[in-house]
Design a binder for this molecule. Structure first.
Ligand SMILES: C[S@@+](CC[C@H](N)C(=O)[O-])C[C@H]1O[C@@H](n2cnc3c(N)ncnc32)[C@H](O)[C@@H]1O
Length: 294
């Protein structure tokens, strides 16, 4: 059988590694990234950042960080910011990460919302605000599709997926995962919702188009003063991204998220994150689960 998927070719540049970065150059990169995204690259991240950034310099055939900084300062610098963020952002994630959130969704939120549903819109709306490579929104999609199809007739769902990184968002939209990334998914769901790759794509699985039909993918910096969404959400997943932000940024972000929640809607944050040190109007229901008052 011929290839099931087609991928873009790889660009293996033969360009040499750039010269080592000076402390002043690193500080410029650190500040620029912080101002744009609030991603805080402390001194301990220097080696990691350099390893990732040197690939970007090689791709641009730029020999020294000094020249890269000139590019960032030039009129083209604004476009390059996206690539800079793409190169350095940490996208670690996996299917059904922090399973408590998915259990709470199935056991509490979905039954409550569907019970109270008459007279309301029958679309259950979720925003995955730091989607990364897609494991989070596809986990949510599996749960919604299974629950709403079998237990709540007449209901639809929609997931808005956003991330600051265009590269990682594209990966999310493709929805192709190696087998090892899927070991937390029920076997029957794997065959129902994923296509198996063949030939050179052996060992890879692609999310079926049918599951993606209710998902939108939009590049969005959570620091933007406003968000381009008109709908309100039953649940917002904003997990493992706030950890990078300082307190005032977290407070500003949570206030914007609150406004986009429906009354009684839920905010899920990462279990390593907390809202205790910031002002907000949400009620803590369980660790990492907050609710907007009805
Ligand atoms: C560690 S991943 C979290 C993925 C998923 N939410 C989870 O919990 O598994 C963090 C994601 O946040 C994104 N990110 C970082 N700063 C951001 C910002 N200012 N706006 C939007 N997304 C951002 C990164 O690109 C990355 O994909």
């Amino acid at each position: 059988m011929s290839s099931l998927f087609s991928f873009g070719g790889s660009d293996k540049s033969m360009f040499e590694s750039p010269k080592p970065i000076t402390p002043q150059e690193y500080e410029f990169i650190r500040q620029t990234v912080y101002e744009y995204s609030r991603i805080n690259l402390g001194p301990s991240k220097k080696e990691l950042v350099m390893a990732r950034l040197s690939k970007r310099l090689r791709a641009l055939k730029i020999p020294a960080y000094k020249d890269y900084i000139d590019l960032l300062r030039s009129p083209q610098g604004k476009d390059e910011m996206t690539n800079l963020i793409d190169s350095i952002s940490t996208n670690h994630t996996y299917f059904f990460r922090e399973i408590q959130h998915f259990n709470f969704l199935v056991e509490t939120i979905l039954p409550d919302v569907c019970k109270a549903g008459s007279g309301m819109s029958k679309t259950f709306r979720v925003w995955s605000a730091a989607t990364s490579s897609g494991e989070e929104p596809y986990s949510i999609a599996l749960v919604l599709e299974e629950y709403l199809k079998t237990k709540a007739q007449g209901w639809n769902w929609h997931i808005q997926c956003t991330d600051i990184s265009t590269r990682i968002l594209k990966k999310a939209q493709e929805g192709i995962f190696v087998k090892e990334r899927l070991d937390k998914i029920r076997k029957d769901w794997l065959s129902k919702y994923f296509e198996k790759g063949h030939g050179e794509f052996d060992g890879q699985f692609r999310v079926k188009a049918d599951l993606k039909r209710n998902m939108s993918f939009t590049c969005l910096n959570l620091l933007s003063p406003s968000y381009p969404f008109r709908e309100s959400y039953n649940v917002i997943f904003c997990r493992n991204v706030m950890i990078y932000f300082d307190r005032p940024t977290q407070e500003e972000l949570v206030s914007k998220l609150e406004k986009l929640l429906l009354p009684g809607g839920y905010l899920m944050i990462g279990h390593a994150e907390s809202l205790t040190a910031i002002k907000h109007n949400l009620k803590m229901i369980k660790p990492a689960i907050y609710r907007k008052p009805l």
